[in-house]
Design a protein around this ligand. Structure first.
Ligand code: UD1
Length: 417
């Protein structure tokens, strides 16, 4: 196992390129199952989660080749319909094969993901939506076993706008008979990207990016080519890296309109954020001000940025309140940030973050993907060395984070534990 060692105190300076979005490429890879033949996905980020999804597809019989940042997925020989526990437990997004397998082959056996580091994370909405489209589902030895002779379009009303359930439903409904309407759909850019990909395959999806998505099912879809949108969470993480080090950096190949909620918070705190069509310039200052935040589904402040934002707020002047409404227990980074000297109190789903003049480096442990990123960010500004162990979490969602930060002048290296 590797660890990351950061020596804090460097002001970041320079330019880096943002990679393709993890949360867009994973459902796109699953969506390749909707068409027989070879689809091509470009701008693929090289992440552990992409390799896990590759294994999930290979397990089904697909041929998946990764050349540089381009992925070829050939589904001609798919003949098995199971996503096993060993893969699903390492990556919940494996459940994305449920919808397309049902839509294309009428059967799927997908392990239930179980809980995650910060809470129960149910998949009831995915299951109910498949049932409403006509699938018969039972839970057998920890697996979702689903069958459908004919999926039929239906109006599906979600009690909350789940990203995963919206994506799975769109994929199944794209191959159902008739029209499906998803009410209270997730509006994340990754949903829009998935709908675009399915439409390139010949699908007929309208309204992605709004609360109501209409899917006209079709009996056949054809393989297609697509480019993955830039990762808004990687973008946001580097924006905070610039801000927390009082640096001056430019992020290229990103989509500024996807990080509006983060930009607003940083500006309110006193950071200069300038946007052009596909780049963002950040200029931090020595002391920024505390600004409250409440996580919410897109276009609200992303839960996937809560930990990193909290790292920044620990050294911001004043006190602030950060509320987590999407995953109310998502605070595993808090005890680790406290080890670096942060002043944070948790009450229910709310963190009260007080100002400290300095963070001080210490050994800490990464507990999940975004928590690890928060610890790296805190390490960039802490006195002395911060050793972050279990960095395999960070490799799930950031391609070469230490190389990109080094390029910006950070003193950071990866080494064996
Ligand atoms: C996706 C993202 C994840 C992000 C999250 C919220 C991927 C691969 N992952 O996760 O990075 O943090 O969106 O932006 O894209 N819920 C249910 N029942 C369900 C499904 C969800 O109650 O069947 C609840 C969840 O517990 C949570 C809320 O809905 O409270 C939102 O979760 P959801 O949008 O489904 O998150 P994921 O798709 O798992």
């Amino acid at each position: 196992m590797d660890k990351i060692v950061v020596r804090g105190g460097k002001r970041l300076k320079g330019k880096i390129k943002i990679g393709g979005a993890k949360n867009a490429v994973l459902p796109m890879m699953a969506a390749c199952l909707l068409a027989e033949g070879e689809s091509v996905i470009r701008n693929v980020p090289l992440l552990a989660d992409v390799i896990t999804m590759k294994k999930v597809l290979e397990q089904l019989g697909a041929k998946v080749t990764l050349r540089g940042h381009t992925l070829h997925v050939d589904t001609s020989n798919v003949s098995r319909f199971e996503a096993p526990y060993e893969l699903v437990r390492t990556m919940r997004a494996s459940i994305y094969v449920l919808g397309p397998l049902l839509g294309s082959f009428g059967k799927a056996r997908v392990s239930l993901p179980g809980g995650c580091a910060w809470g129960p994370r149910p998949v009831d909405l995915h299951i109910r939506a498949m049932q409403e489209l006509g699938a018969r589902i039972r839970i057998d030895h920890g697996y979702i076993v689903a069958r459908a002779t004919n999926l039929r379009g239906e109006t599906i009303v979600f009690s909350l706008p789940s990203v995963g359930a919206t994506a799975n439903t769109m994929m199944a409904a794209a191959r159902a008979k008739g029209k499906t309407v998803i009410v209270n759909a997730a509006r994340e850019p990754e949903i829009v990207a998935l709908a675009d990909f399915i439409n390139r395959m010949g699908g007929r999806i309208r309204g992605a990016g709004t609360e109501t998505i209409e899917i006209e099912g079709t009996s056949r879809l054809d393989p297609a080519q697509v480019r993955v949108i830039p990762d808004r969470i990687e973008t946001g993480t580097f924006m905070i890296a610039g801000a927390i080090t009082a640096g001056e950096i430019t992020l290229e190949s990103c989509m500024p309109e996807h990080v509006e909620a983060i930009s607003q918070k940083l500006r309110q705190g006193g950071v200069i954020v300038e946007k052009s069509r596909n780049s963002i310039y950040i200029k931090g200052k020595r002391r920024i001000n505390s600004v409250d935040a409440v996580t919410a589904p897109y276009p609200g402040f992303p839960t996937d940025m809560q930990a990193q934002y909290m790292a920044l707020m620990t050294i911001a002047r004043g006190t602030c309140v950060i509320s987590e409404t999407v995953f109310p227990d998502r605070f595993t980074h808090v005890p680790e940030l406290r080890r670096l000297g942060a002043n944070i109190k948790i009450e229910g789903n709310t963190a009260h973050v007080g100002y400290v003049r300095h963070l001080s480096g210490a050994p800490v442990m990464a507990t999940d993907l975004r928590a690890s990123a928060a610890l790296v960010l805190a390490g960039l500004v802490a006195d002395g060395e911060t050793h972050i162990s279990r960095v395999y979490h960070i490799d799930r969602g950031y391609e070469a984070i230490e190389e990109k930060l080094s390029k910006l002048g950070a003193d950071i290296k990866r080494m064996p534990e």
